[in-house]
Ligand binder design. Structure first.
Ligand code: KG4
Ligand code: ZN
Length: 373
């Protein structure tokens, strides 16, 4: 399959499609650097009552949303299907049933348009979200870089460099051995009756608590590892909750979530006494400290020129402050929250170097739940 055009009037518009978890997303990015549209249909209202993503419901919702979301992405971009140079899609890691919806649609579109199909690793997408955003501002990130991808499904540290020119390659330096950081936020929030997803609520409530009220210890791992572990702190929070005998207080918050889809900070605070705010602040402080400690250590070991932080947890205010206060020696790049959480612009952006290099996927492209980068 050849590339269309070559004429300056045919920009390399890539349609990105993302459906690895609970957002159905489509976006058009021109020339790997100009985001023409970025549409995300959240399944928040479907999953929130279960306190987490229900895989079967997620696939069903992707099926419902995929056609209108792609149409909207083209409409917002002001282009038609013939203006696309390629179709890019997330092929893993993620929920297989969810991935398959986006992939099947992308394959069908690629065949019907006669345009190449490009498979993208979701984690590579998160890294490219930052590259894309900086390019839009006219900045080029300096490589090699240390990339921390921190979300509900992942807590990974990558050494990232340009190789060959125009492309990025990645070396995994460390990852979580159990829960992802975002998963720990979500589980702690669920335990305390704070709804789903937990990260944004804890982020808003933590400033009202004392982060040093409870000293959580984190797992000491043997050797010189950069791996993370967050399941211990989650269990420690559970023990605190059990010892505190605060079931009635938790139940009141659960009822608030049931009756109000998006409670305000004031509503949460009214139902959250000081010891629980202290617990949340101490939990968040510990997670952020671990993320920063490992990222800085990795950056020092590998002698990088910048830091890239991406994924849903990159929205966290305390994490941004911890890196942004001029205390680390490197420039640190965070994406706008819209590009930090799951989206398809990052998939289209990550596909651009592959388009230039002719690295296309065939129709046999498979969905891989644990695809590594
Ligand atoms: O990248 P993302 O949208 O999806 C995955 O690939 O997982 O990340 C979602 C995760 C959830 O665990 C959510 O609780 C967390 O990101 N998150 C946050 C914040 N906003 C979202 N965690 C901490 N602070 C936040 N402000
Ligand atoms: Zn993600």
């Amino acid at each position: 399959m050849g590339l269309p055009g070559g004429s300056p009037f045919v920009p390399m518009n890539i349609l990105g499609i993302e459906s690895s978890c609970d957002e159905t997303a489509a976006a058009v990015v021109a020339g790997g650097e100009r985001m023409l549209s970025n549409v995300v249909a959240s399944q928040f209202d479907v999953h929130r009552r279960y306190g987490g993503v229900v895989p079967e419901l997620a696939s069903r919702e992707h099926l419902r949303a995929i056609v209108p979301v792609v149409r909207q992405a083209l409409e917002d971009a002001g282009i038609g299907y013939p203006d696309l140079a390629a179709v890019a899609v997330t092929c893993g890691p993620g929920l297989v049933g969810s991935l398959l919806v986006g992939m099947t649609y992308a394959k069908a579109l690629s065949v019907s348009l006669g345009r190449p199909l490009i498979g993208v690793n979701h984690l590579e997408g998160h890294i490219h979200a930052v590259v894309l955003e900086e390019r839009q501002k006219g900045n080029e990130i300096e490589f090699p870089a240390l990339a921390l991808v921190v979300s509900g499904g992942h807590t990974h540290l990558f050494y990232t460099r340009r190789s060959p020119p125009g492309q990025l390659d990645y070396k995994l330096l460390g990852r979580t051995r159990d829960d992802a950081a975002g998963e720990a936020f979500d589980k702690v929030a669920k335990l305390l009756g704070l709804g789903y997803p937990g990260g944004p609520v804890i982020d808003k409530l933590a400033p009202y608590g004392n982060p040093r009220a409870i000293r959580f210890t984190t797992a000491k791992m043997k050797g010189n590892t950069l791996d993370f572990s967050f399941s211990g702190i989650k269990t420690a929070v559970l023990r605190h909750v059990q010892a505190a005998g605060i079931e009635h207080q938790i139940e009141r918050r659960r009822r608030l979530v049931e009756s109000t889809p998006r409670p305000t900070v004031e509503q949460w605070r009214e139902l959250t006494p000081q010891p629980t705010l202290d617990l949340l602040a101490s939990f968040q402080y510990t997670v952020v400290r671990e993320l920063v400690r490992h990222a800085v250590e990795a950056a020092e070991r590998e002698d990088v020129r910048s830091l890239i932080i991406s994924g849903g947890v990159a929205c966290n205010t305390q994490l941004r402050e911890a890196f942004g206060g001029g205390e680390v020696a490197w420039p640190v790049y965070f994406p706008h929250p819209r590009l930090a959480t799951d989206n398809a612009a990052m998939i289209a952006a990550a596909a651009y170097p592959k388009l230039l290099a002719g690295r296309f996927a065939g129709l046999a492209l498979a969905a891989e739940a644990s695809l590594s980068l």
